[in-house]
Ligand binder design. Sequence first.
Ligand code: BG6
Length: 495
Amino acid sequence: ELGDSVTIIVLGASGDLAKKKTYPALFGLFRNGFLPKNTHIVGYARTGMSHQDYLERITQYIKPGDNNEHKSKIEEFKKITSYVSGLYDKDEAWQGLDNAVKKSENDRKIPSGNKHRIFYMALPPSIFIPVAKGVKKNVYGHEGVNRLIVEKPFGMDSESSNHLAHELGQLFKEDEIYRIDHYLGKEMVKNVMNMRFANIFFSNVWDRNYIDNVQITFKEPFGTEGRGGYFDDFGIIRDVMQNHLLQVLSLIAMERPISTDAEAIRDEKVKVLKCISPISLDDALLGQYVAANGKPGYLEDETLKNKESRTPTFAALACHINNERWEGVPFILKAGKALNEAKVEVRIQFRHVPGNLYGGSARNELVMRIQPKEAVYMKFNNKQPGLSYQTIQTDLDLSYHKRYTELSIPDAYESLILDVLRNDHSNFVRDDELEAAWKIFTPLLHKIDGKNKKSAEGKDSGDDLKITTYAYGSRGPAELDEFVKSHGYDRTNAH
Ligand code: BG6
Protein backbone atom coordinates (compact mmCIF):
# COMPACT_ATOMS: atom_id res chain seq x y z
CA GLU A 1 0.00 0.00 0.00
CA LEU A 2 1.11 3.52 -0.74
CA GLY A 3 0.28 5.20 2.54
CA ASP A 4 0.08 8.94 2.30
CA SER A 5 2.79 9.88 -0.14
CA VAL A 6 3.39 9.40 -3.83
CA THR A 7 4.90 11.10 -6.86
CA ILE A 8 2.94 10.70 -10.08
CA ILE A 9 5.06 11.20 -13.16
CA VAL A 10 3.08 11.90 -16.32
CA LEU A 11 5.22 11.04 -19.33
CA GLY A 12 3.94 12.78 -22.42
CA ALA A 13 2.47 15.57 -20.32
CA SER A 14 2.10 17.93 -23.26
CA GLY A 15 0.08 15.49 -25.35
CA ASP A 16 -3.62 15.02 -25.94
CA LEU A 17 -4.26 12.07 -23.67
CA ALA A 18 -2.61 13.83 -20.73
CA LYS A 19 -4.53 17.03 -21.32
CA LYS A 20 -7.91 15.48 -22.00
CA LYS A 21 -7.92 12.51 -19.66
CA THR A 22 -5.00 12.11 -17.26
CA TYR A 23 -4.91 15.55 -15.66
CA PRO A 24 -8.68 16.03 -15.42
CA ALA A 25 -8.89 12.59 -13.77
CA LEU A 26 -6.08 13.45 -11.35
CA PHE A 27 -7.87 16.68 -10.54
CA GLY A 28 -11.15 14.82 -9.97
CA LEU A 29 -9.41 12.54 -7.48
CA PHE A 30 -7.69 15.47 -5.81
CA ARG A 31 -10.92 17.46 -5.48
CA ASN A 32 -12.67 14.54 -3.85
CA GLY A 33 -9.83 13.82 -1.47
CA PHE A 34 -8.73 10.55 -3.09
CA LEU A 35 -5.11 11.43 -3.79
CA PRO A 36 -2.73 10.65 -0.92
CA LYS A 37 -2.21 13.72 1.27
CA ASN A 38 1.36 14.10 0.19
CA THR A 39 1.11 13.85 -3.60
CA HIS A 40 3.16 15.62 -6.19
CA ILE A 41 2.62 15.38 -9.93
CA VAL A 42 5.54 15.89 -12.30
CA GLY A 43 4.81 16.29 -15.99
CA TYR A 44 7.53 15.34 -18.47
CA ALA A 45 7.65 15.88 -22.24
CA ARG A 46 9.90 17.20 -24.94
CA THR A 47 8.13 20.51 -25.43
CA GLY A 48 9.84 23.42 -23.73
CA MET A 49 7.11 25.29 -21.86
CA SER A 50 6.95 27.91 -19.17
CA HIS A 51 5.38 26.81 -15.91
CA GLN A 52 2.43 29.06 -16.68
CA ASP A 53 1.87 27.50 -20.12
CA TYR A 54 2.02 24.07 -18.58
CA LEU A 55 -0.58 24.95 -15.95
CA GLU A 56 -2.87 26.38 -18.58
CA ARG A 57 -2.53 23.31 -20.73
CA ILE A 58 -3.25 20.78 -18.00
CA THR A 59 -6.29 22.63 -16.69
CA GLN A 60 -7.73 23.33 -20.12
CA TYR A 61 -10.09 20.34 -19.98
CA ILE A 62 -11.02 20.68 -16.33
CA LYS A 63 -14.55 21.98 -16.22
CA PRO A 64 -14.48 25.50 -14.80
CA GLY A 65 -17.00 24.62 -12.09
CA ASP A 66 -19.65 26.95 -10.82
CA ASN A 67 -18.56 27.71 -7.30
CA ASN A 68 -15.63 29.29 -5.55
CA GLU A 69 -14.71 26.13 -3.75
CA HIS A 70 -14.13 24.38 -7.07
CA LYS A 71 -12.07 27.33 -8.32
CA SER A 72 -9.89 27.36 -5.25
CA LYS A 73 -9.39 23.60 -5.60
CA ILE A 74 -8.02 24.16 -9.09
CA GLU A 75 -5.56 26.67 -7.64
CA GLU A 76 -4.53 24.18 -4.93
CA PHE A 77 -4.17 21.45 -7.55
CA LYS A 78 -1.83 23.61 -9.60
CA LYS A 79 0.42 23.89 -6.57
CA ILE A 80 1.04 20.15 -6.45
CA THR A 81 2.18 19.88 -10.04
CA SER A 82 5.38 20.82 -11.84
CA TYR A 83 6.91 20.28 -15.26
CA VAL A 84 10.25 19.11 -16.59
CA SER A 85 11.08 19.05 -20.28
CA GLY A 86 13.52 16.62 -21.80
CA LEU A 87 14.14 14.08 -24.53
CA TYR A 88 12.96 10.49 -24.43
CA ASP A 89 16.19 8.89 -25.58
CA LYS A 90 18.94 10.52 -23.51
CA ASP A 91 20.12 9.31 -20.14
CA GLU A 92 21.05 12.85 -19.08
CA ALA A 93 17.53 14.01 -19.77
CA TRP A 94 16.04 11.20 -17.70
CA GLN A 95 18.47 12.00 -14.92
CA GLY A 96 17.19 15.56 -14.99
CA LEU A 97 13.72 14.15 -14.36
CA ASP A 98 15.02 11.90 -11.61
CA ASN A 99 16.67 14.88 -9.92
CA ALA A 100 13.44 16.83 -10.04
CA VAL A 101 11.54 13.92 -8.51
CA LYS A 102 14.18 13.46 -5.80
CA LYS A 103 14.10 17.14 -4.98
CA SER A 104 10.35 17.07 -4.64
CA GLU A 105 10.54 13.97 -2.42
CA ASN A 106 13.13 15.65 -0.23
CA ASP A 107 11.24 18.95 -0.07
CA ARG A 108 8.18 17.02 1.07
CA LYS A 109 10.30 15.18 3.66
CA ILE A 110 9.19 11.74 2.53
CA PRO A 111 11.03 9.06 4.49
CA SER A 112 12.97 6.38 2.66
CA GLY A 113 10.75 3.39 1.98
CA ASN A 114 7.79 5.65 1.22
CA LYS A 115 9.16 7.29 -1.89
CA HIS A 116 6.60 5.72 -4.19
CA ARG A 117 6.57 6.55 -7.87
CA ILE A 118 3.79 6.05 -10.37
CA PHE A 119 4.75 6.46 -14.02
CA TYR A 120 1.86 7.24 -16.34
CA MET A 121 2.86 6.72 -19.99
CA ALA A 122 0.59 9.02 -21.99
CA LEU A 123 2.69 8.39 -25.07
CA PRO A 124 2.52 7.01 -28.62
CA PRO A 125 3.28 3.28 -28.78
CA SER A 126 6.36 3.76 -30.94
CA ILE A 127 8.27 5.03 -27.90
CA PHE A 128 6.85 2.75 -25.18
CA ILE A 129 9.96 0.60 -25.05
CA PRO A 130 12.68 3.29 -25.20
CA VAL A 131 10.81 5.28 -22.57
CA ALA A 132 10.33 2.26 -20.32
CA LYS A 133 14.06 1.55 -20.66
CA GLY A 134 15.06 5.14 -19.89
CA VAL A 135 12.73 5.21 -16.90
CA LYS A 136 13.90 1.90 -15.52
CA LYS A 137 17.54 2.82 -15.84
CA ASN A 138 17.36 6.38 -14.56
CA VAL A 139 14.16 7.23 -12.74
CA TYR A 140 12.99 4.00 -11.14
CA GLY A 141 12.79 4.56 -7.40
CA HIS A 142 14.74 2.37 -5.02
CA GLU A 143 13.18 3.69 -1.84
CA GLY A 144 9.55 2.83 -2.40
CA VAL A 145 7.24 1.01 -4.79
CA ASN A 146 7.05 1.74 -8.52
CA ARG A 147 4.03 1.36 -10.77
CA LEU A 148 3.82 1.81 -14.51
CA ILE A 149 0.57 2.70 -16.29
CA VAL A 150 0.38 2.03 -20.04
CA GLU A 151 -2.45 2.23 -22.47
CA LYS A 152 -3.24 0.66 -25.82
CA PRO A 153 -2.35 0.14 -28.56
CA PHE A 154 -0.43 -2.84 -27.23
CA GLY A 155 1.00 -3.93 -30.57
CA MET A 156 -0.76 -4.58 -33.86
CA ASP A 157 -1.16 -8.34 -33.70
CA SER A 158 -0.08 -11.35 -31.65
CA GLU A 159 3.55 -11.12 -32.63
CA SER A 160 4.10 -7.42 -32.00
CA SER A 161 2.10 -7.55 -28.78
CA ASN A 162 4.11 -10.50 -27.49
CA HIS A 163 7.29 -8.64 -28.35
CA LEU A 164 6.14 -5.58 -26.42
CA ALA A 165 5.07 -7.71 -23.47
CA HIS A 166 8.42 -9.44 -23.47
CA GLU A 167 10.38 -6.18 -23.54
CA LEU A 168 8.29 -4.59 -20.82
CA GLY A 169 8.52 -7.78 -18.81
CA GLN A 170 12.31 -7.45 -18.82
CA LEU A 171 12.01 -4.06 -17.18
CA PHE A 172 9.00 -4.19 -14.89
CA LYS A 173 7.39 -6.99 -12.94
CA GLU A 174 3.88 -7.92 -14.03
CA ASP A 175 2.44 -6.63 -10.77
CA GLU A 176 4.08 -3.25 -11.34
CA ILE A 177 2.36 -2.89 -14.73
CA TYR A 178 -1.16 -1.52 -15.13
CA ARG A 179 -2.46 -1.87 -18.69
CA ILE A 180 -5.40 0.47 -19.04
CA ASP A 181 -8.47 -0.44 -21.01
CA HIS A 182 -10.57 2.55 -20.11
CA TYR A 183 -13.82 0.61 -20.73
CA LEU A 184 -13.05 -1.31 -17.55
CA GLY A 185 -13.36 1.95 -15.64
CA LYS A 186 -16.86 2.67 -16.91
CA GLU A 187 -19.63 2.38 -14.35
CA MET A 188 -21.81 -0.08 -16.21
CA VAL A 189 -18.87 -2.28 -17.18
CA LYS A 190 -17.82 -2.43 -13.53
CA ASN A 191 -21.40 -3.40 -12.76
CA VAL A 192 -21.47 -6.52 -14.96
CA MET A 193 -20.04 -8.81 -12.29
CA ASN A 194 -22.23 -7.45 -9.49
CA MET A 195 -25.28 -7.86 -11.63
CA ARG A 196 -24.47 -11.38 -12.74
CA PHE A 197 -23.21 -12.80 -9.50
CA ALA A 198 -25.33 -11.02 -6.92
CA ASN A 199 -28.74 -11.86 -8.44
CA ILE A 200 -29.93 -15.39 -8.00
CA PHE A 201 -32.46 -15.13 -10.78
CA PHE A 202 -29.65 -14.79 -13.32
CA SER A 203 -27.60 -17.73 -12.08
CA ASN A 204 -29.51 -20.49 -13.79
CA VAL A 205 -30.47 -18.78 -17.02
CA TRP A 206 -27.04 -17.48 -17.94
CA ASP A 207 -26.19 -20.09 -20.54
CA ARG A 208 -26.98 -21.73 -23.87
CA ASN A 209 -30.19 -23.24 -22.55
CA TYR A 210 -31.79 -19.84 -22.07
CA ILE A 211 -29.75 -17.33 -24.02
CA ASP A 212 -29.98 -17.28 -27.79
CA ASN A 213 -27.43 -14.63 -28.71
CA VAL A 214 -25.54 -11.69 -27.28
CA GLN A 215 -24.77 -8.42 -29.01
CA ILE A 216 -22.21 -5.91 -27.84
CA THR A 217 -22.53 -2.70 -29.79
CA PHE A 218 -20.38 0.40 -30.05
CA LYS A 219 -21.65 3.30 -32.13
CA GLU A 220 -20.10 6.71 -32.64
CA PRO A 221 -21.73 9.49 -34.65
CA PHE A 222 -18.45 10.98 -35.84
CA GLY A 223 -15.82 9.82 -38.29
CA THR A 224 -12.07 9.73 -37.93
CA GLU A 225 -11.74 13.41 -38.82
CA GLY A 226 -8.21 14.47 -38.00
CA ARG A 227 -7.21 11.05 -36.67
CA GLY A 228 -7.00 9.31 -40.02
CA GLY A 229 -3.23 8.97 -39.79
CA TYR A 230 -3.49 6.92 -36.62
CA PHE A 231 -6.71 5.16 -37.47
CA ASP A 232 -5.70 3.92 -40.87
CA ASP A 233 -2.96 1.72 -39.42
CA PHE A 234 -5.35 0.27 -36.89
CA GLY A 235 -8.93 0.14 -38.12
CA ILE A 236 -12.02 -0.33 -36.03
CA ILE A 237 -11.16 -3.86 -34.92
CA ARG A 238 -7.89 -2.88 -33.26
CA ASP A 239 -9.23 0.47 -32.13
CA VAL A 240 -12.17 -0.68 -30.02
CA MET A 241 -13.03 -4.37 -30.55
CA GLN A 242 -9.92 -6.36 -29.66
CA ASN A 243 -9.84 -4.42 -26.39
CA HIS A 244 -12.95 -2.55 -25.20
CA LEU A 245 -15.66 -4.81 -26.60
CA LEU A 246 -13.78 -8.01 -25.92
CA GLN A 247 -13.35 -6.96 -22.29
CA VAL A 248 -17.09 -6.50 -22.00
CA LEU A 249 -17.61 -9.88 -23.66
CA SER A 250 -15.32 -11.61 -21.22
CA LEU A 251 -17.17 -10.17 -18.24
CA ILE A 252 -20.50 -11.30 -19.67
CA ALA A 253 -19.26 -14.77 -20.57
CA MET A 254 -16.74 -15.75 -17.89
CA GLU A 255 -17.39 -18.26 -15.14
CA ARG A 256 -17.92 -17.12 -11.58
CA PRO A 257 -14.50 -16.32 -10.09
CA ILE A 258 -13.58 -17.95 -6.78
CA SER A 259 -13.34 -14.49 -5.20
CA THR A 260 -13.25 -10.86 -6.19
CA ASP A 261 -9.46 -10.79 -6.08
CA ALA A 262 -7.85 -9.35 -9.18
CA GLU A 263 -6.10 -12.60 -10.06
CA ALA A 264 -9.22 -14.69 -9.54
CA ILE A 265 -11.17 -12.43 -11.88
CA ARG A 266 -8.45 -12.29 -14.49
CA ASP A 267 -7.97 -16.06 -14.38
CA GLU A 268 -11.59 -16.50 -15.41
CA LYS A 269 -11.36 -13.91 -18.14
CA VAL A 270 -8.32 -15.60 -19.62
CA LYS A 271 -10.06 -18.98 -19.51
CA VAL A 272 -13.07 -17.81 -21.44
CA LEU A 273 -10.96 -15.94 -24.00
CA LYS A 274 -9.01 -19.11 -24.64
CA CYS A 275 -12.28 -20.84 -25.56
CA ILE A 276 -13.01 -18.41 -28.40
CA SER A 277 -11.94 -19.55 -31.83
CA PRO A 278 -10.20 -17.06 -34.15
CA ILE A 279 -12.82 -15.12 -36.08
CA SER A 280 -13.31 -16.37 -39.61
CA LEU A 281 -14.22 -14.36 -42.68
CA ASP A 282 -17.66 -15.95 -42.71
CA ASP A 283 -18.30 -14.41 -39.35
CA ALA A 284 -17.26 -10.90 -40.33
CA LEU A 285 -19.06 -8.04 -41.99
CA LEU A 286 -16.72 -5.14 -42.73
CA GLY A 287 -17.49 -1.64 -43.93
CA GLN A 288 -16.08 1.79 -44.57
CA TYR A 289 -18.12 4.99 -44.50
CA VAL A 290 -18.64 7.21 -47.52
CA ALA A 291 -19.68 10.84 -47.77
CA ALA A 292 -23.30 11.63 -46.97
CA ASN A 293 -25.40 14.28 -45.27
CA GLY A 294 -22.77 16.91 -46.01
CA LYS A 295 -20.09 14.92 -44.16
CA PRO A 296 -16.90 13.64 -45.79
CA GLY A 297 -16.23 9.99 -46.44
CA TYR A 298 -13.36 8.17 -44.74
CA LEU A 299 -11.16 8.41 -47.83
CA GLU A 300 -11.61 12.18 -47.92
CA ASP A 301 -10.01 12.58 -44.49
CA GLU A 302 -7.05 14.88 -45.07
CA THR A 303 -4.88 13.10 -42.54
CA LEU A 304 -5.18 9.84 -44.47
CA LYS A 305 -2.07 8.81 -46.37
CA ASN A 306 -3.40 5.90 -48.40
CA LYS A 307 -6.24 7.33 -50.44
CA GLU A 308 -7.21 3.83 -51.59
CA SER A 309 -7.33 2.53 -48.06
CA ARG A 310 -9.48 -0.53 -47.35
CA THR A 311 -9.30 -0.13 -43.58
CA PRO A 312 -12.67 -0.94 -42.02
CA THR A 313 -14.36 1.78 -40.00
CA PHE A 314 -17.20 -0.62 -39.20
CA ALA A 315 -17.22 -4.29 -38.31
CA ALA A 316 -19.72 -6.83 -37.12
CA LEU A 317 -18.01 -10.00 -35.92
CA ALA A 318 -19.55 -13.14 -34.52
CA CYS A 319 -17.47 -14.81 -31.81
CA HIS A 320 -18.03 -18.42 -30.83
CA ILE A 321 -17.17 -19.58 -27.36
CA ASN A 322 -16.48 -23.28 -27.36
CA ASN A 323 -17.38 -24.33 -23.87
CA GLU A 324 -20.17 -26.05 -22.04
CA ARG A 325 -21.94 -22.83 -21.15
CA TRP A 326 -21.90 -21.08 -24.51
CA GLU A 327 -21.57 -23.51 -27.40
CA GLY A 328 -23.97 -22.39 -30.12
CA VAL A 329 -24.56 -18.91 -28.72
CA PRO A 330 -23.05 -16.25 -30.99
CA PHE A 331 -21.57 -13.20 -29.33
CA ILE A 332 -21.90 -10.53 -31.97
CA LEU A 333 -19.54 -7.58 -31.63
CA LYS A 334 -20.54 -4.54 -33.66
CA ALA A 335 -18.60 -1.31 -33.84
CA GLY A 336 -18.55 1.65 -36.15
CA LYS A 337 -17.55 5.23 -36.65
CA ALA A 338 -19.74 7.79 -38.44
CA LEU A 339 -23.01 6.09 -37.56
CA ASN A 340 -26.41 7.54 -36.71
CA GLU A 341 -25.97 7.81 -32.93
CA ALA A 342 -23.63 7.53 -29.94
CA LYS A 343 -24.37 4.36 -28.04
CA VAL A 344 -22.60 1.47 -26.35
CA GLU A 345 -24.71 -1.37 -25.06
CA VAL A 346 -24.91 -5.07 -24.36
CA ARG A 347 -28.06 -6.83 -25.51
CA ILE A 348 -28.66 -10.35 -24.27
CA GLN A 349 -31.47 -12.00 -26.13
CA PHE A 350 -33.14 -14.97 -24.47
CA ARG A 351 -34.82 -17.87 -26.24
CA HIS A 352 -38.51 -18.04 -27.03
CA VAL A 353 -40.68 -19.36 -24.22
CA PRO A 354 -41.42 -22.99 -25.12
CA GLY A 355 -45.03 -24.16 -25.31
CA ASN A 356 -46.35 -21.08 -27.05
CA LEU A 357 -49.21 -20.35 -24.60
CA TYR A 358 -49.30 -16.70 -25.58
CA GLY A 359 -48.67 -17.30 -29.26
CA GLY A 360 -45.20 -16.16 -30.15
CA SER A 361 -44.66 -13.59 -27.44
CA ALA A 362 -41.52 -11.61 -28.12
CA ARG A 363 -38.25 -12.81 -26.66
CA ASN A 364 -36.97 -11.40 -23.40
CA GLU A 365 -33.93 -9.22 -23.64
CA LEU A 366 -31.65 -7.87 -20.99
CA VAL A 367 -29.99 -4.65 -22.04
CA MET A 368 -27.10 -2.96 -20.26
CA ARG A 369 -26.55 0.48 -21.65
CA ILE A 370 -22.97 1.51 -21.00
CA GLN A 371 -23.35 4.98 -22.49
CA PRO A 372 -24.83 7.48 -22.78
CA LYS A 373 -27.06 7.47 -19.71
CA GLU A 374 -26.28 4.22 -17.94
CA ALA A 375 -29.23 1.88 -17.67
CA VAL A 376 -30.15 -1.75 -17.17
CA TYR A 377 -33.50 -2.72 -18.61
CA MET A 378 -35.32 -5.89 -19.38
CA LYS A 379 -37.69 -6.42 -22.27
CA PHE A 380 -40.48 -8.06 -20.43
CA ASN A 381 -43.84 -9.53 -21.46
CA ASN A 382 -46.90 -8.29 -19.67
CA LYS A 383 -50.66 -8.43 -20.04
CA GLN A 384 -51.83 -5.32 -21.74
CA PRO A 385 -53.47 -3.36 -18.93
CA GLY A 386 -57.23 -2.92 -19.24
CA LEU A 387 -59.84 -5.14 -20.83
CA SER A 388 -57.46 -6.72 -23.28
CA TYR A 389 -55.79 -10.08 -22.59
CA GLN A 390 -53.11 -9.50 -25.11
CA THR A 391 -49.48 -9.93 -24.14
CA ILE A 392 -47.36 -6.93 -24.87
CA GLN A 393 -43.72 -6.24 -24.39
CA THR A 394 -42.62 -3.50 -22.07
CA ASP A 395 -39.49 -2.44 -20.18
CA LEU A 396 -38.48 -3.10 -16.59
CA ASP A 397 -36.25 -0.12 -16.41
CA LEU A 398 -33.39 0.87 -14.11
CA SER A 399 -32.23 4.14 -15.62
CA TYR A 400 -29.47 5.52 -13.48
CA HIS A 401 -30.30 9.17 -14.08
CA LYS A 402 -33.81 8.62 -12.76
CA ARG A 403 -33.03 6.24 -9.89
CA TYR A 404 -29.77 7.60 -8.59
CA THR A 405 -30.49 11.28 -8.90
CA GLU A 406 -27.88 12.43 -6.40
CA LEU A 407 -25.13 10.45 -7.97
CA SER A 408 -22.34 11.75 -10.11
CA ILE A 409 -20.67 8.97 -12.04
CA PRO A 410 -16.88 9.25 -12.06
CA ASP A 411 -14.93 9.36 -15.26
CA ALA A 412 -13.40 6.00 -16.19
CA TYR A 413 -9.86 7.32 -15.83
CA GLU A 414 -10.58 8.62 -12.34
CA SER A 415 -11.77 5.24 -11.26
CA LEU A 416 -8.79 3.47 -12.82
CA ILE A 417 -6.11 5.77 -11.42
CA LEU A 418 -7.65 5.28 -7.99
CA ASP A 419 -7.34 1.51 -8.53
CA VAL A 420 -3.63 2.00 -9.27
CA LEU A 421 -3.19 3.97 -6.06
CA ARG A 422 -4.95 1.17 -4.20
CA ASN A 423 -2.93 -1.53 -5.92
CA ASP A 424 -6.02 -3.21 -7.35
CA HIS A 425 -5.37 -4.88 -10.70
CA SER A 426 -8.92 -6.18 -11.23
CA ASN A 427 -9.73 -3.67 -13.92
CA PHE A 428 -6.44 -3.89 -15.80
CA VAL A 429 -5.37 -6.23 -18.56
CA ARG A 430 -2.98 -9.02 -17.60
CA ASP A 431 -0.25 -10.17 -20.01
CA ASP A 432 -1.79 -13.59 -20.70
CA GLU A 433 -5.19 -11.98 -21.21
CA LEU A 434 -3.75 -9.71 -23.86
CA GLU A 435 -2.13 -12.65 -25.59
CA ALA A 436 -5.39 -14.60 -25.66
CA ALA A 437 -7.25 -11.54 -26.96
CA TRP A 438 -4.88 -11.04 -29.89
CA LYS A 439 -5.12 -14.69 -30.92
CA ILE A 440 -8.81 -14.24 -31.63
CA PHE A 441 -8.33 -11.35 -34.06
CA THR A 442 -4.86 -11.75 -35.57
CA PRO A 443 -5.70 -14.06 -38.52
CA LEU A 444 -8.57 -11.83 -39.64
CA LEU A 445 -6.49 -8.68 -39.19
CA HIS A 446 -3.72 -10.14 -41.30
CA LYS A 447 -6.17 -10.81 -44.10
CA ILE A 448 -7.39 -7.22 -43.96
CA ASP A 449 -3.84 -5.86 -43.84
CA GLY A 450 -2.87 -7.96 -46.86
CA LYS A 451 -5.79 -6.59 -48.79
CA ASN A 452 -4.92 -3.06 -47.79
CA LYS A 453 -1.34 -3.47 -48.89
CA LYS A 454 -2.42 -4.71 -52.27
CA SER A 455 -4.77 -1.80 -52.74
CA ALA A 456 -1.95 0.62 -51.86
CA GLU A 457 0.12 -1.04 -54.60
CA GLY A 458 -2.75 -0.48 -57.01
CA LYS A 459 -3.91 -4.08 -57.38
CA ASP A 460 -6.89 -5.72 -55.85
CA SER A 461 -6.42 -9.35 -55.04
CA GLY A 462 -10.07 -10.14 -55.78
CA ASP A 463 -10.11 -12.56 -52.88
CA ASP A 464 -13.13 -13.22 -50.73
CA LEU A 465 -12.57 -10.36 -48.31
CA LYS A 466 -15.26 -7.85 -49.02
CA ILE A 467 -15.32 -4.38 -47.52
CA THR A 468 -18.68 -2.84 -48.10
CA THR A 469 -19.63 0.83 -47.73
CA TYR A 470 -22.16 2.71 -45.66
CA ALA A 471 -23.29 6.31 -45.59
CA TYR A 472 -21.97 8.69 -42.94
CA GLY A 473 -24.73 9.03 -40.37
CA SER A 474 -26.48 5.76 -41.25
CA ARG A 475 -27.06 2.61 -39.13
CA GLY A 476 -24.16 0.90 -40.89
CA PRO A 477 -23.90 -1.33 -43.98
CA ALA A 478 -27.18 -2.43 -45.55
CA GLU A 479 -26.17 -6.06 -44.94
CA LEU A 480 -26.12 -5.59 -41.16
CA ASP A 481 -29.68 -6.66 -40.38
CA GLU A 482 -29.24 -9.81 -42.38
CA PHE A 483 -25.93 -10.49 -40.65
CA VAL A 484 -27.33 -10.29 -37.12
CA LYS A 485 -30.40 -12.26 -38.17
CA SER A 486 -28.23 -15.01 -39.57
CA HIS A 487 -26.62 -15.21 -36.14
CA GLY A 488 -29.90 -15.65 -34.41
CA TYR A 489 -31.02 -12.17 -33.48
CA ASP A 490 -34.79 -11.84 -33.75
CA ARG A 491 -35.75 -8.33 -34.71
CA THR A 492 -39.45 -8.68 -33.99
CA ASN A 493 -38.39 -7.09 -30.72
CA ALA A 494 -37.18 -4.13 -32.75
CA HIS A 495 -36.21 -1.29 -30.51
C1 BG6 B 1 -10.62 4.83 -27.84
C2 BG6 B 1 -10.56 4.78 -29.33
O1 BG6 B 1 -9.91 3.77 -27.29
O2 BG6 B 1 -11.96 4.75 -27.42
C3 BG6 B 1 -11.40 5.88 -29.95
O3 BG6 B 1 -9.22 4.92 -29.77
C4 BG6 B 1 -12.80 5.84 -29.39
O4 BG6 B 1 -11.44 5.76 -31.36
C5 BG6 B 1 -12.77 5.81 -27.88
O5 BG6 B 1 -13.47 7.00 -29.85
C6 BG6 B 1 -14.15 5.63 -27.29
O6 BG6 B 1 -14.10 5.86 -25.92
P1 BG6 B 1 -15.37 6.46 -25.18
O7 BG6 B 1 -14.99 6.44 -23.74
O8 BG6 B 1 -15.58 7.83 -25.74
O9 BG6 B 1 -16.51 5.55 -25.49
